[in-house]
Design a protein around this ligand. Sequence first.
Ligand code: PLP
Length: 410
Amino acid sequence: MPKQKNHSALDNLSADNGELIFGGKRLSQLSQRAELQPFYAYDRSKITARIKHIRHHLPKDILLHYAVKANPMPAVVQHLSGLVDGFDVASSGELRIALDTTMASQDISFAGPGKTENELRTAVASQIVINIESPTELETVLKLAEETGEQPRVALRINPDFELKTSGMKMSGGPKQFGVDAEQAPRLLQRMDETDVEFMGLHIFCGSQNLRVESIYEAQKKTIDLAFQLSQATSCPLKTLNIGGGFGIPYFLGDAALDLATVGENLEELMIGARQRLQGATIVIELGRYITGEAGIYVCRVVDRKTSRGQVYLVTDGGLNHHLAASGNFGQIIRKNYPVLIGNRVGQLPTETVNIVGPLCTPLDLIANKMDFPRAEIGDYVVILQSGAYGFSASPTGFLGHPPPFEMLV
Ligand SMILES: Cc1ncc(COP(=O)(O)O)c(C=O)c1O
């Protein structure tokens, strides 16, 4: 009999007669509520509890922003609008969702390379904060301001010369498409000085999915030092400094949860210097995955069970088109399994080693590679945990709220 090696996310599941209970409901109840199968479900009480946990550990004068890209489901974003201090959006699709909530527009910021003129026009008209990521973007915003008579709110997104070490995704240091290199920043800050934009401050986001306290501390320290240095290049005081985030969650066997208490203590120490040197600037931390990642599941069903040359395959009605990250095709160098379970056999011992695959005609469509489960039958639920962030939103259908391409036959 295969030995069960448990992912920590599988430790505290509740079940009724073997059936997973999620958000107070049995899996079959959730499945009946869903108009389409497969489905994602998010637990609002888990999201609320997570915000409380973050606020408890972070310095009290730090503002907490939610990166909508992690999970832009409108109901989730609406729920969070009463719990966080601001939103960061990455596309006009996400911006529309954020603007429809009760969040004040000056507390919504827009970051991401390649913002189109249309997106920038909406952003200027909505009076949100635009994180400028290139000289072209600044000039487009200035042109739109002239055309519309609006005063744009802008911040400068910096690509520093350091990185957030040991991150699942590094987004700074070296040449990058994100932000403006720190060396180019003084020129752009001066250009902003010459105009009548409302200068909000700086945005420095170094990376995502980090579980190491020391790496986060080092990046935050360097970020505050860099912000102080750059603040000398502008005559406008920084109203805000967005120091990014990058707090990770345990996805894979052996991952330990981030020690948020120590992250908070370290940040409290850094804040002493930051308050003195960046007088009056509000420090913002911007988190996505850490807020919603552990509060969501993806559920699909076994539609076939077959054996190929000695290996058992459970074929499901869901896969990488809905959940790219779990298939291992979103930034993993060596594919590892997400925590997966058979949702109607919780508590049963594993009896076989199987591969769980989706229905797409590609070997990349893999949900579980040689994982141990109790014997599953056609109709059983396959549940992927840790799916509340970058699940649906980072899958080929509508990645981060960007529109689909147009097709034509000529
Ligand atoms: C600018 C920006 N802000 C916030 C985030 C959210 O990161 P995470 O979900 O890891 O907290 C990202 C992730 O790519 C980002 O690029």
